[in-house]
Write a protein that binds this ligand. Structure first.
Ligand SMILES: NC(=O)c1ccc[n+]([C@@H]2O[C@H](COP(=O)([O-])OP(=O)(O)OC[C@H]3O[C@@H](n4cnc5c(N)ncnc54)[C@H](OP(=O)(O)O)[C@@H]3O)[C@@H](O)[C@H]2O)c1
Length: 301
């Protein structure tokens, strides 16, 4: 890499529904027990992470009542209620957990209605800012299939004032087009990171329409990203690999709102600091090499 210091301009905030949020958010899934199931080993630490996130300027938190189940939402309420006016809590519906932690579709009208009421009760809210419908045609990635029936249920709950805005998760471009004919869609949450870039074209198309793209597993998820390219770039910039991975997402497109998850206070501070990390153009080009070097069907590099 040369010493070129040309910086790609990027904004620090973006519209999510009817609110403006800081682009770096926080994903609360891994605050509960291993595999997003059961209670955390140290609930005080989990609460401290949530409080530090908000104190550090994060005003977009991603959750679901099926994390735990219920555990993550309880932690959020215990730690943060009464909520700051600018805090946007985004939840997901469409799945339920088995007694062994397994994941199952929960997309009937009764299950979706119950899930919205459970989220409201456990978070202590009168209306949910954003509810993502999590497609379950594929568990590990989007698969085609109509979402008309479950979306119509959410649209009705929105009419009732229980939900302010609707998003989609784990979806294809065709499903997004179908959904937007049923109800306004404010965000899409799919798997995306430096090594897993199947949604490159989709992100740019959503940006044209002002729709937020929220990459889940921004750091690689349960198998955090590892790559010689990433390590070299981090050493070059004298920061950590995870900071480079987050800064790359923030540079990639203005509508990307990363929601890195962590249960570690030092990692949280590192991630917050990444929001102001500038990546020179030549480093951005160098990091593109990760996607071409790695298979696209893996969440880890
Ligand atoms: N829509 C969906 O289907 C879906 C699926 C999965 C996740 N999500 C959402 O996406 C959010 C993000 O996903 P995720 O939390 O699973 O994955 P992630 O953010 O890609 O990575 C989290 C992992 O990275 C580690 N980590 C975080 N910051 C780090 C740092 N600075 N240095 C080193 N390691 C670090 C964490 O461990 P430590 O705890 O040790 O820091 C954890 O193991 C979730 O919280 C959830 O809200 C949505």
């Amino acid at each position: 890499m040369s010493n070129i210091t040309n910086i790609t301009q990027r904004t620090t905030t973006y519209r999510l529904g009817d609110r403006i949020v800081n682009r770096l958010g926080y994903g609360a899934m891994q605050l509960c027990g291993p595999g997003a199931f059961g209670p955390p080993s140290d609930p005080d630490k989990a609460r401290a992470v949530l409080q530090a996130a908000v104190a550090g300027g994060i005003n977009h938190i991603d959750t679901s009542d099926y994390y735990g189940p219920h555990v993550t939402n309880h932690l959020i309420r215990q730690s943060l209620a009464p909520y700051q006016d600018d805090l946007v809590i985004v939840t997901k519906v469409g799945a339920k957990r088995g007694a062994d932690g397994s994941w199952h579709p929960a997309l009937s009208a009764a299950e979706l209605t119950q899930a919205v009421h459970d989220n409201l009760r456990h978070l202590g809210l009168e209306a949910l800012d954003v509810v993502n419908l999590r497609s379950m045609f594929g568990m590990l990635g989007p698969m085609e299939g109509s979402l008309e029936q479950p979306l119509s249920v959410l649209a009705e709950l929105r009419q009732q004032g229980l939900v302010r805005h609707i998003g989609l998760s784990n979806v294809t471009a065709t499903q997004i087009r179908e959904a937007r004919q049923i109800v306004p869609i404010v965000c899409v949450q799919n798997l995306y990171n430096l090594a897993h870039r199947s949604d490159d074209a989709l992100i740019d198309a959503l940006a044209q329409d002002g729709i937020a793209y929220v990459p889940y597993f921004p750091l690689g998820g349960f198998n955090p990203l590892q790559s010689a390219i990433l390590t070299y770039a981090a050493q070059w910039l004298d920061v950590t690999t995870m900071q480079v991975a987050l800064a790359w997402l923030l540079h990639r497109a203005p509508n990307i709102l990363p929601i890195p998850g962590t249960s570690s206070p030092p990692h949280l501070q590192e991630n917050i600091a990444a929001a102001t990390l500038e990546l020179p153009e030549d480093v951005l080009a160098y990091l593109d090499g990760i996607a071409s070097a790695e298979p696209q069907d893996s969440s880890s590099a």
